[in-house]
Design a protein around this ligand. Sequence first.
Ligand SMILES: C[S@@+](CC[C@H](N)C(=O)[O-])C[C@H]1O[C@@H](n2cnc3c(N)ncnc32)[C@H](O)[C@@H]1O
Length: 497
Amino acid sequence: MNSSAQQTKIEYGDFQTPLELANCVCQKLKELGVSPDIVIEPTCGVGAFVEASANRFPNAKKIIGIEVNEIYLSNLQKRKTAFTNSERITLQQGNFFGFDWKEMLSNLDGSILVIGNFPWVTNSQQGTIGGANLPEKLNFQHRNGFDAMTGKSNFDISEWMLIQVGEWFKNRNGALAMLCKTSVARKFLHHLHAQKANVFHSAIYSIDAKKYFDASVEACLLVCEFRENSQNYDYDVYESLESKTSQRVGHRNGLTIRDLDTFEKFGALYGNSELKWRSGVKHDCSEVMELKKQDDALVNGAGELVDIEPAYVYPLLKGSDVANNRIKSTNRFVIVPQKTVGEPTNSIKRLAPKTWKYLENHAEYLDNRKSRIYRDNPRFSIFGVGSYTFSPYKIAICGLYKTLDFRLVGELNDKPVVFDDTVYFLSFGTEEEARKVLYTLLSRNVQDFFSSMIFWDEKRPIKTGILNRLNLQTPKTVQALRLFEPKNKKRLSAEER
Ligand SMILES: C[S@@+](CC[C@H](N)C(=O)[O-])C[C@H]1O[C@@H](n2cnc3c(N)ncnc32)[C@H](O)[C@@H]1O
């Protein structure tokens, strides 16, 4: 494929569904009792779903295919005569973002099935290649569902399209069956819950995206059935289209729960943690703020020797150090110029003149940090800092790894350890307090409880929003918490973890 064809493929998210998979999807829908009067394929491409629907849904009165690419459409036009009752099939060229779906739907009676596979592309990919295949800005901001998107710098075009299609079912029964990224399916189901849409049943069936699309992404068939007066937002997740067993997912207390059965089993552990999980420091300037010890001297990210007072320099552990249990020593350090967020920094000039001079000499980098939060705060500010940063004992975990490995971290070189912002931690005044809490966190039941709320395929699966849901109170309560684990007292061995 030449580079311009490659670019077009990216812009249009063009991954055509093989007929074999489209047939399996329609077969699955039949098994679920889906029997539409009308089938709509809104971005039908070369037509695998048009063909599979024609052959598998003989009772459908109409099958409508819309597609932006004229060549695909004219090839399909020629091919369609071979499909079952092809006179039911209407094909039309159209751009999803400009198409008058409202007008089309107002002329259709009966239950609809919206089926297909939307473009696989994100708005930032479009930005990188200069692609224009995006919702028109004005429409975008005024349409329903955009709320779910605001504030997001990057989103999948397919998520936006799904939200539009969700609107079609506001006053109409029917079903939606879409191949998409699993993360998109999850976000869309969360959106339906937030919108209190008329969902009767929904499910996610994992598919092998490598096999069918040569794409390295977690993908699935998303099925949603909509019925008037129905509001069921729990859904089933299956490992494949053939799988007979599933895991129940649902929305509880503002969280999406990956494994409802386990979550409900350990419901007594749910609460608000009195001990708050915090994230490590954020400075957005590692070249200046992070230092390495080399032959007893400190060197910054630009390779310069740094001769400053020790007052503001703390041992640093990164997320990878915590995850890999490299916590007993470090040759990394970080400058922490504040004790609390927003604390004035000008006293450094007096208390540690060499440190101030170093910061001033590198102000060009620090003053140019992109995020607005730095501009609205004292010069050389950092974030994620508070009295907890300076406690001697911490229990830490890295949010980026796919294991619940909690570490007890003590001081290094008589100074409290500071973490980067991929780490979450609890802080303690004494080792004894920390150990008690660690014991609880490593219990099998607590680990299962946390895991029931964690989507392990996410980039940062572990979040404070999840960790803070364990009813972790003072050390006294921590002891009492053990009562919740009467049968299964086994601790996880390092290997199991
Ligand atoms: C992932 S492919 C899937 C095609 C087809 N639905 C299937 O399952 O085989 C996405 C399709 O969307 C089409 N497409 C991309 N942007 C579109 C738009 N704005 N309006 C309509 N179709 C579009 C592409 O040309 C491509 O055929």
